[in-house]
Ligand binder design. Structure first.
Ligand code: NAP
Length: 308
């Protein structure tokens, strides 16, 4: 016997929770499969200063708890566990049955809001020293590196933005594996005009070394292959994100691996919708994810009415 919901929302970051608030207020029966680590990337953040409505800032986990409470207040049910991988290829039009810890749940519609995770370098020492000098979020951790020696890795807009931001606290080495950036010209110009940023092209971190905290890195010149050691206090990795799509078989993805949205927040499978960073490879902000979640809930509500 499976429980039947109007909509199953997979993911519990700002997008999933905003969708849950809107859908429950539209009187839909909502299940949020929140994941073992519910709350998304904001749970790993400290101060959030750019979410409207909080002029003094708010802690990331506090913001997520407030969103969850708001969704629960209107009747959203939560399962704090991961969904099993599911093949939706032949489920077009629903209902959609998913399994979580051996229990089945069925929804007339399903929203994919599983977000994206920061990419890692995959080098020796990275795992052990994450949170001990290695960070994936400059806005979260920059203040811990005041007057320290730091590297930002990456050549995209995120790396430019993070490098510039970090000069509020310290001088920055911006390390990129090629001899030209991928970032937009305006962001590159800002970096190049910032006297506190030194650019190291054709370079990549080969190993991070330290006991309990980052102490130095081995840097490889990507052209000569020469390896040198450099003492360092902090490393900010800004090399993009990986969207969390692997559990949704049959759902069409873009060339970059994000879920492809069409006609608003719909996917290629009728009745399955998408919102937030798992779809958005461009803006990737809490507020945009929340906005997309709202849009998805409105699209789902309309879809269910039409289906009736
Ligand atoms: P991105 O554009 O995919 O850039 C990732 C960068 O990291 C690339 O330069 C890439 O090098 C490098 N990289 C990837 N894997 C690496 C590895 N293993 N080791 C070393 N370097 C590695 O990602 P993003 O910068 O996060 O931006 C994502 C999207 O958000 C983009 O569309 C961007 O425009 C947007 N965004 C916009 C803003 C803004 O407008 N304010 C701010 C942030 C992000 P290669 O170049 O050699 O591939």
């Amino acid at each position: 016997m499976t429980a039947m919901y109007d909509v199953i929302i997979v993911g519990s970051g700002p997008s999933g929770l905003t969708a849950a608030i809107y859908a429950t207020r539209a009187d839909l029966k909502v299940l949020v499969i929140a994941g073992l680590k519910w709350g998304g990337q904001l749970q790993l953040t400290t101060e959030v200063e750019n979410f409207p409505g909080f002029p003094s800032g708010i802690q990331g986990p506090e913001l997520m708890m407030a969103m969850r409470k708001q969704a629960e207040k209107f009747g959203a049910q939560f399962v704090d566990a991961n969904m099993d991988p599911t093949d939706f290829t032949t489920q077009s039009g629903g209902p959609f049955t998913v399994t979580v810890e051996s229990k089945q749940y069925t929804g007339k519609a399903l929203l994919i809001a599983t977000g994206a995770d920061a990419k890692t370098l995959g080098v020796v020492g990275e795992k052990e020293l994450t949170g001990r000098g290695i960070s994936y979020c400059a806005t979260c951790d920059g203040a811990f590196f005041r007057n320290k020696k730091i590297i930002v890795v990456g050549g995209g807009d995120s790396a430019m933005e993070e490098a510039n931001f970090l000069t509020n606290f310290a001088d920055v080495i911006l390390m990129h594996r090629r001899d030209s950036f991928r970032a937009s010209q305006i962001m590159q110009d800002r970096v190049k005009q910032n006297p506190k940023i030194t650019i190291m092209y054709n370079s990549q971190i080969a190993e991070v070394i330290g006991t309990n905290k980052v102490e130095k890195v081995k840097v490889q010149n990507t052209q000569t292959k020469e390896i040198t050691e450099m003492p360092i206090d902090g490393i900010f990795v800004a090399i993009g994100h990986t969207p969390n799509t692997s559990i949704f078989k049959g759902v069409e993805l873009t060339e970059k691996g994000y879920v492809r949205a069409q006609n608003g927040t719909r996917t290629n499978i009728e009745g399955i919708f998408v919102s937030g960073d798992v779809e958005d490879d461009r803006y990737q902000q809490a507020i945009t994810a929340a906005g997309f979640g709202c849009m998805a809930a409105l699209d789902i509500e309309k879809y269910l009415v039409e289906k009736k």
